[in-house]
Design a protein. Structure first.
Length: 305
């Protein structure tokens, strides 16, 4: 069984890498923040729309404690490859698994999807968001700004009852490998200065204070924009403040970026922000776990004592 799961992991990684190598270069469309985020007021008005699906991202216990009526529970293991000993954690699943997941949730080719974070920790929800974007549904996905907690705090109706089976749907994946960075692309970016590399981890990990996978530190040339700096209580900061955060870190507004973190979860939040700001953005799925675990690649470690 372990050999089989390992083979699945390797096969999926090779397929993704091959797709990235052969896909024609194309920049992400300049994002309209109004399309990537919706307010609780907007959702209250549209939650009963015929072709709208709400995905509540969090643990099953969180979902069962209360959610917006009609929202369907989504856990990260549904959209990731199985963990295997010695393998990478939380890697993007194959197309067959992801398509089955979309159909199981009633997501079709024209469905509008609202991704709902359970609370202020947005990175699980943005991981689901980028998964749908990878499948080709970028123009039909939005994140609920403020999370489920904002909805609840406004005394809007909640329930503990899960909806019934989703209606049948046809979902046609149109893969976007151009939003996922391979380790080879990250390595190239450390040498050719054509892209900014943005580390989403907390500053202590960026500086090498713990967080080694297995080596502590960060990828050479990377700058640090901690995920904790881009949102407050589940609300993303205003566009102007986000631009300032990136500029203060040395990120050129007109330059493409690659985001990474520990295992490719926190980095999706920085990818989301970078995309919303109009960057051509990619997310390094293997992140620091893959980079630091590759012995030939350099790591900027903590200062010698």
């Amino acid at each position: 069984m372990r050999r089989l799961m390992g083979a699945v992991l390797v096969a999926s990684s090779l397929a993704t890498a091959a797709a990235c190598r052969h896909a024609p270069p194309r920049a992400m469309p300049v994002a309209n923040p109004a399309n990537m985020l919706v307010t609780t007021a907007w959702l209250a008005e549209h939650q009963s729309d015929r072709d709208l699906v709400m995905l509540h991202v969090g643990s099953k216990a969180q979902y069962d404690s209360g959610h917006i009526a009609g929202a369907r529970h989504t856990a990260l293991d549904e959209v990731a490859l199985p963990n295997v000993p010695g393998g990478l954690t939380l890697q993007l699943a194959g197309v067959e698994q992801l398509t089955a997941w979309a159909v199981r949730n009633g997501i079709g080719d024209r469905t509008r999807v609202i991704v709902i974070p359970h609370d202020g920790a947005l990175q699980s929800a943005t991981r689901v968001f980028i998964t749908l974007a990878y499948l080709g549904a970028m123009d039909r996905i939005s994140l609920l700004n403020g999370s489920y907690q904002a909805w609840k705090s406004e005394s809007r109706a909640v329930t503990t009852t899960a909806p019934g089976a989703a209606p049948s749907a046809t979902f046609t994946p149109k893969l976007r490998p151009d939003i996922i960075a391979t380790i080879a692309q990250v390595e190239a970016a450390t040498n050719d200065n054509t892209r900014h590399i943005v580390d989403a981890r907390l500053t202590r990990f960026f500086n090498g204070d713990g967080g080694g996978y297995p080596r502590p530190g960060h990828i050479p040339t990377a700058v640090n924009v901690p995920l904790s700096s881009v949102s407050t209580n589940g609300y993303l900061k205003p566009i102007g403040e986000l631009k300032t955060l990136f500029a203060d870190a040395g990120v050129d507004q007109n330059k493409p970026v690659i985001t990474y973190c520990h295992i490719g979860q926190q980095a999706t939040l920085l990818w989301f922000v970078a995309t919303m700001l109009g960057h051509d953005a990619r997310m390094f799925d293997g992140s620091f776990q893959e980079w630091s675990g590759t012995a030939r690649l350099p790591v900027v470690g903590p200062p010698a004592k």
